[in-house]
Ligand binder design. Structure first.
Ligand code: NAD
Length: 495
């Protein structure tokens, strides 16, 4: 195993340790004894071996989650759950540097981005800790004859399977775990096979925080194995999934057996609009961040750029220049601004998209230089001369590839909204303008779960996040996600 020399001794020792499955409060070997390799995407080197959970492990984990749900966990009060979550947030911060370094090796992102993620993760846990005592139902006026007292209350939905992707492994785990635990559910979490390590470390911290056995179970393994077994398991009450739209459809089919509840956070092809009255320097930087952050492996990446013709050349040159100036490298090397893609498969997929755009008549703005490196790197790429029918404009690429088009001074908001909505997705949209009235009128016409004005990707725990159309079902964050981890029960009492 070849580890980066910049890793701390703690992180190196954790990564090269023996990684097991967390079931019923114990770290256990997988039933079939199978293991799989974990790669550092910046070098392609194997850095660890993780345990591969199979259907039998899923059975054990679901049974443990059910026992915990029916047992001690159901008697934890809101304040008791809050105390555990607050302790977990403190432990995440105390282990922040180790977690950030593990995230870099697992996923490839630059260390500064991983560190920023840790702070966000701890705040997300605290936000949901605050909700443990605040998710109230309501009293309901009853029109039946006689005297009644009736009310609603939120009851935990039960055992939840949570299946997450590799792009922000720790954040995705916390976005799912924290609200589910806040309302009193129990969980079986399956991280992506590309990035199992930070979830394992998180499991250690969850035990250290004092969560009872079986409340959180963590199964590393593959989508076709543990993932599919969880999605179809009759003992699971809900599956909360983040990943590709194609896999989301498979989850829905698998969930039909016991009609388990399903929430989905899926893909996107999100537009960014820049009007000529915007702060153009800020808009250029914002548009670059929107597509290059995390090497474009962001569900809400601003991957379609629409710029008013008066500022089109300035914006495109500016974004391409930012891309060209970015230092690609290992996330632990000083100065790295852009890491690799997650895998060789993903690198080849993204490169194929760029080639398909060029073959259909697009042109690269800026240098378009190809990285020379053994890791899975793709250089930031801005494509111009693109048309709405091109694959690069229609399909989610999930890499640092931006397609830019201009709009004219006569195009009104309805036409631009049609352009924004000309996609099967509906996750995010960005608007840059100094005319807030226009921004609000435009936002109303955009079919997307989140719209940001003069900013991109506002990562705020209180703001619901999720997709219209094929970008998903349900919402993460805010009060809305808590409701989706509960069933609403109404109680009517004849007095
Ligand atoms: P993916 O769908 O291949 O995998 C996601 C997870 O699903 C992994 O844990 C995987 O093991 C599991 N999985 C795969 N097949 C499965 C099956 N048949 N049954 C059950 N589980 C299965 O997605 P990916 O390539 O890892 O992630 C990239 C995608 O995720 C992109 O499309 C991106 O837009 C999306 N994403 C969405 C959000 C969001 O919040 N909307 C956030 C991050 C990523």
């Amino acid at each position: 195993m070849t580890l980066h020399p910049g890793l701390s001794a703690d992180a190196a020792s954790f990564i090269s340790g023996r990684h097991l499955l967390l079931i019923d409060g114990q770290w256990v070997s997988p039933s079939e004894g199978r293991r799989f390799e974990v790669f550092d995407p910046a070098t392609g080197a194997v850095v660890a071996a993780a345990s591969e959970a199979r259907a039998e492990d899923v059975d054990l984990a679901v049974a443990a989650a059910r026992r915990a749900l029916d047992g001690p966990w159901s008697r934890f009060s809101g304040p008791e759950r809050a105390r555990l979550l607050m302790r977990l947030a403190d432990l995440i911060e105390a282990n922040g540097e180790l977690l950030a370094q593990v995230e870099v090796v697992d996923n490839g992102k630059p260390l500064a981005l991983a560190r920023a993620g840790i702070a966000g993760v701890a705040e997300m846990v605290r936000y949901f800790a605050g909700w443990t005592t605040k998710l109230n139902g309501e009293t309901v006026k009853v029109s039946l004859p006689g005297e009644w007292h009736a009310f609603t209350s939120h009851v935990p939905i039960g055992v939840v399977a949570q299946i997450i992707p590799w792009n922000f492994p720790l954040s995705m785990a916390i976005w799912k775990l924290a609200p589910a635990l806040a309302v009193g559910c129990t969980v079986v979490l399956k991280p992506a096979e590309q990035t199992p390590l930070s979830a394992i470390k998180l499991g250690e911290l969850i035990l250290e925080a004092g969560f009872p056995p079986g409340v959180v179970n963590i199964l590393t393994g593959f989508g076709s194995g543990a993932g599919a077994a969880l999605a179809r398991h009759p003992g699971v009450d809900k599956v909360a999934f983040t990943g590709s739209t194609g896999t989301g459809k498979k989850i829905v089919e698998a969930a039909l057996g016991n009609l388990k509840k399903v929430t989905l956070e899926l893909g996107g092809k999100s537009p960014v609009f820049i009007f000529p009255d915007a702060d153009i320097d800020a808009a250029i930087q914002g548009a670059a961040n929107a597509i290059f952050l995390n090497s474009g492996q962001v569900c809400s990446a601003g991957s379609r750029l629409y710029v008013h013709e008066r500022v089109f050349d300035q914006v495109v040159e500016g974004v391409a220049a930012i891309g060209d100036s970015m230092t690609l490298g290992h996330g632990l090397d000083a100065g790295t601004q852009l890491g690799p893609l997650i895998s060789a498969v993903q690198r080849d997929r993204v490169s194929d998209y760029i080639d398909s755009g060029l073959a259909e008549g697009a042109r690269i703005a800026g240098s378009g230089a190809k990285p020379q490196s053994e890791g899975y790197f793709v250089a930031p790429t801005v494509l111009v001369d693109t048309r709405p029918d091109m694959r690069v404009v229609r399909e989610e690429i999930f890499g640092p590839v931006l397609v830019a088009q201009k709009f004219g001074k006569d195009e009104d908001l309805a036409v631009l909204a049609h352009t924004a909505n000309d996609t099967e997705y509906g996750l995010f949209a960005g608007i840059w303008t100094s005319d807030i009235g226009r921004a609000l009128r435009f936002a109303r016409q955009i079919r997307a779960g989140s719209v940001s004005v003069n900013a991109h990707m506002v990562n705020e725990p209180a703001l619901p996040f999720g997709g219209f159309r094929q970008s998903g079902w349900g919402r993460e964050r805010g009060r809305e996600v808590l409701e989706l981890y509960t069933e609403l029960q109404s109680v009517a009492i004849r007095l």
